[in-house]
Design a binder for this molecule. Structure first.
Ligand code: HEM
Length: 135
């Protein structure tokens, strides 16, 4: 299975201890909980069939103007590291809730994404939701 989380040096050859300064730089964990049936494991099962959830037939170039039209719960796009994803199907699976994504949708959300969870492997999690590249 593809790793949904990136390894930040914890594992082979490391003590497993998290550096204090690094820990302080992490966001405080919230108290949001997803509905039953919407865990990351449920999402991993959903995408494992390879079903296209992007809403487009083939990758396309997306302008900033086009991107900003998609910022609602029914139609939610987000750009991360130059790639554009249709995150609508993922909304209810997001461990920190729908709003956090909606509030940053229709834009290049790379910075806020990385500030919250640089270890999250968005390319793996959203591979079935890939729309194309931000121009
Ligand atoms: C830019 C908009 C986003 C914001 C502001 C945001 C914010 C957050 C926050 C604050 C948490 C921590 C929740 C907690 O610890 O209780 C979180 C968790 C998480 N988010 Fe997001 N998120 C965003 C977009 C996304 C997207 C697009 C994905 C899918 C790739 C995603 C995947 C996850 C995952 C997997 C976790 C759990 C991480 C863990 O437990 O270590 N997030 N998010």
């Amino acid at each position: 299975m593809v790793a949904l989380f990136k390894n930040f040096g914890i594992g082979e050859g490391s003590t497993g201890k998290v550096d204090g300064e690094f820990k302080k730089s992490l966001p405080k964990r919230g108290k949001y909980s997803v509905a039953p049936g919407y865990s990351q494991l449920d999402w991993a099962r959903k995408i494992s069939s390879g079903e296209n959830l992007s809403g487009v037939n083939r990758p396309m170039k997306v302008s900033k103007d086009e991107l900003k039209k998609h910022c609602t719960e029914e139609d939610c796009w987000m750009s991360i590291k130059g790639k554009v994803y249709n995150v609508t199907p993922y909304l209810n699976y997001h461990p920190a809730g729908v709003k956090k994504i909606i509030n940053n949708s229709g834009i290049d959300a790379t910075q806020v994404f990385m500030m919250n969870h640089a270890w999250v492997n968005e390319e793996a999690i959203l591979r079935n939701c890939f729309i194309g590249y931000l121009t």
